[in-house]
Design a protein around this ligand. Structure first.
Ligand code: DGP
Length: 113
């Protein structure tokens, strides 16, 4: 846990967020600036900066499985959805607590910008 990390603070409920799922491994909440009708961020409870510094395959798998569970709950499986993990500056990572974006509820262009 980091004292100052934004997502650690959301995990600790020091900063409000629209939480859609939480379990012993992850917390998932709606993105503050949604890019699709469903835009949820899934984060591990422990502080890991990015995919580049992640070493725990189980932790990463828990993010993906939670995203799939949320997609089912949101009713976007039929239309399809996307998961994205931005890593580093060129990918646009702005919060250095590893997180998986879940996007769906509209047609998504490919490739992303
Ligand atoms: P990324 O660019 O991949 O690091 O994604 C970070 C996302 O975090 C971005 O889509 C906006 C979102 N975000 C930033 N600050 C907050 C916040 O305070 N609350 C919530 N719910 N989302 C936030």
């Amino acid at each position: 846990m980091s004292d100052t990390c934004l997502f650690c603070r959301i995990v600790r409920k020091e900063i409000p967020a629209k939480i859609v799922l939480e379990n012993e491994h992850v917390v998932a909440f709606r993105d503050i600036d949604p890019k699709a009708p469903t835009h949820v961020l899934v984060v591990p409870r422990e502080h890991v900066e990015s995919l580049d510094t992640a070493t725990d395959a189980t932790m990463l798998g828990n993010l993906v499985l939670a995203a799939a569970e949320i997609a089912r709950a949101e009713g976007i499986v039929g239309g399809g959805y996307r998961t994205v993990m931005n890593c580093g500056a060129d990918a646009g990572q702005s919060v250095y607590h590893v997180h998986l974006h879940l996007l769906g509820g509209r047609r998504l262009a490919w490739p992303p910008g």
